[in-house]
Design a binder for this molecule. Structure first.
Ligand code: PMV
Length: 327
């Protein structure tokens, strides 16, 4: 059977980096998606084709135990294929057929490696479409858990449940350790994303924060303060107080900048949005480079970002309440 599933990317409203130390974080799913088409293959092989991934598309075909033979940069292919391969392993396990073969085609308009959860969206959609292609429909908690296992294994144990849970469930979610809950009564959020065209190295940025935390008590205090901001932010979100939400996002960004994970292009985008009148603006994800999340119910910050030389792309991407979508 041929099946198609899609899953959304996300921004962090609050709490990235601090979540690594057990503080709460609040990611929220946005209106940009990865879509995965899957067809059964009778020969037990896996074929992966990627399009529109904000990188050169590629296509590889190989059997288990073989190495893909392609002429695009190896690290890119290894990264993308690594996620799909593990997603397929989870699907084979879920359907109880270790010999199942799949044709997998991926399309995504989520910038890669830029703090928007692109890999989680691909993994969630891939597991969902692959299992359904064999007549098995996973419930959402199992899908989220299997997607987390994929990220955990591909990222050498350095993954939180935030991205995969948020992408599966949709909406805004609160993550604290292994506990993930979908927040109820969340208003429509006027989210704008600014993207500098770059990405940060998550492992290096996380390691940088860790060493600051070990060296300085006030860095540890900054991490604890992000936890406090997140708790206040969750209350503001549930009270539909967008003004307060924006102010707290600004505060969260300042604390992240103090911890060394902002960067020149992120600062330029944040300040362009703020000067245009946004309610709030902060980096999202690991930082260094990549995306910012802005709250603005006018088009002013979108326009300002589009005129900013360091901003490659700016788009409106409101809260997605749906999560995984079965097409
Ligand atoms: O850039 P992303 O979306 O992979 O987010 C990284 C979030 C961190 O808190 C910095 C790391 C983590 O695993 O939680």
């Amino acid at each position: 059977m041929a099946t198609t599933s899609s899953a959304p990317g996300k921004v962090y409203l609050f709490g990235e980096h601090a979540v690594v130390y057990g503080e709460p974080a609040v990611p929220c799913a946005i209106g940009r998606r990865a879509t995965v088409h899957v067809d059964q293959r009778p020969d037990g092989r896996l074929r992966v084709e990627a399009e529109d991934l904000s990188l050169d598309g590629f296509s590889v075909e190989y059997g288990r135990g073989e190495t893909p033979d392609v002429d695009v940069p190896t690290p890119l292919v290894q990264a993308a294929v690594g996620y799909v391969e593990e997603a397929v392993a989870q699907a084979r396990d879920a359907i109880g057929d270790s010999e199942a073969g799949f044709d997998v085609t991926i399309e995504s308009n989520i910038p890669l490696g830029a703090g928007l959860g692109s890999s989680a969206a691909v993994v969630v959609a891939a597991i969902d479409a692959a299992t359904r292609s064999h007549g098995v429909t996973l419930d959402k908690p199992e899908l989220a858990d299997r997607a987390y296992q994929v990220e955990h294994s591909v990222q050498d144990g350095e993954a939180s449940r935030a991205d995969t849970f948020c992408s599966t469930m949709g909406g805004a979610v609160r993550v604290e350790g292994d506990e993930c809950v979908r927040l109820s009564d969340v208003p429509d959020l006027p989210i704008v994303v600014g993207y500098d065209g770059g990405s940060g190295d998550t492992a290096t940025l996380v390691a940088g924060v860790r060493s600051l935390k070990e060296e300085y008590d006030f860095a540890a205090d900054a991490i604890a303060s992000i936890g406090d901001v997140t708790r206040r932010g969750t209350a503001a979100l549930e009270a539909d107080d967008v003004r307060e939400l924006g102010r707290l996002m600004n505060f969260n960004h300042g604390l992240l900048a103090a911890l060394g994970v902002s960067g020149r292009s992120l600062e330029e985008m944040v300040w362009a949005a703020r000067e245009a009148g946004a309610s709030g603006a902060k980096l999202t994800g690991a930082g260094g480079g990549g995306c910012i999340a802005v709250l603005d119910d006018t088009d002013a910050s979108l326009t300002a970002l589009r005129y900013l030389p360091g901003c490659e792309e700016a788009f409106r991407a409101g809260l997605d309440r749906e999560g995984v979508r079965r097409l």
